[in-house]
Design a protein around this ligand. Structure first.
Ligand code: ZN
Ligand code: ZN
Ligand code: ZN
Ligand code: ZN
Ligand code: ZN
Length: 259
């Protein structure tokens, strides 16, 4: 690891391998006589028995780096992400993990092969990627085509698109005609002085409360009396509701409430 990748390169000075001049990487060994650390592969390839740090000829006297120094100091050295545009600082122990998941890592677009940062890929697909497959915007045309072939598709499917658009226009006209008819019917029936919607809603609410209260006849009686009170005037016009005595109806039977 390049010492310049560390937030404060001086903190990494004690961990620079005297053979490769980089910050040591696992597996790490230290020379017993001078406590200097080396990358194990560097020492294994080193031809001399003389320590490049202390010049002692006892370079065979090696041991793994002191565990406490390893875990408390070395693994906690703060590093800067090496990727351009990334401002993250990460402890050395997390560095490889961060690099593999960093949103600034550059990968090839799977459509056009252009090298793009992961974080910018969605935008690239949505706007610039000429090979990204997009759906045809003509309603009813189910074709999906790379962006740079869309013009050709529009030329090739000119007649088909026209048919689809005409069909769509007819559907919209039908819809409009139907909604106008419904509106006319509604305004006609509302002029008959009864608000049908509120009758339906009120009787629905009433039935729900009746069902919920079937197990409690007394509650049914009082609850229904309240509900019926508000619905009654509306029902009277179409049904001879005034002939039914709600308060004295058998509370166990909901026949009287079913209207
Ligand atoms: Zn080394
Ligand atoms: Zn040494
Ligand atoms: Zn990063
Ligand atoms: Zn692309
Ligand atoms: Zn199309």
């Amino acid at each position: 690891m390049d010492p310049n990748l560390f937030v404060d390169p001086s903190t990494a000075e004690d961990f620079i391998c005297a053979i490769c001049h980089l910050v040591v990487k696992d597996p790490i060994v230290e020379h017993i006589d001078c406590y200097r650390v080396f990358c194990k592969p560097c020492i294994e390839e080193f031809s001399s028995h003389t320590c490049p740090h202390c010049s002692s000829s006892t370079l065979d006297r090696l041991r793994p780096m002191h565990p406490k120094v390893y875990s408390q100091v070395y693994l906690k050295l703060e590093m800067k992400c090496s990727l351009q545009n990334c401002d993250s600082t990460i402890p050395l122990s997390q560095y490889d993990n961060h690099l593999s998941s960093c949103i600034h890592v550059i990968v090839p677009c799977s459509y056009c092969d252009k090298q793009i940062e992961v974080i910018a890929m969605e935008d690239h697909h949505a706007k610039d990627c000429m090979r990204y497959v997009i759906p045809c915007i003509i309603p009813g045309c189910r074709e999906k085509i790379p962006r740079d072939e869309m013009d050709q598709h529009e030329r090739d499917y000119y007649k088909h698109h026209n048919q689809l658009l005409l069909q769509r226009i007819r559907e919209l006209e039908d819809l409009q005609t139907r909604s106008i008819t419904q509106q006319q019917q509604r305004s006609q029936s509302s002029s008959d002085s009864t608000d049908d919607d509120s009758v339906v809603n009120n009787s629905k609410r009433q039935r729900v409360s009746v069902n919920a209260n079937k197990r409690h006849p007394k509650r049914l009686l009082s609850a229904s009396t309240v509900n019926v009170g508000s619905t009654l005037p509306m029902l009277m016009s179409s049904k001879r509701a005034d002939t039914i005595d709600y308060a004295s109806s058998d509370p166990d039977s909901d026949e009287a409430w079913r209207m």
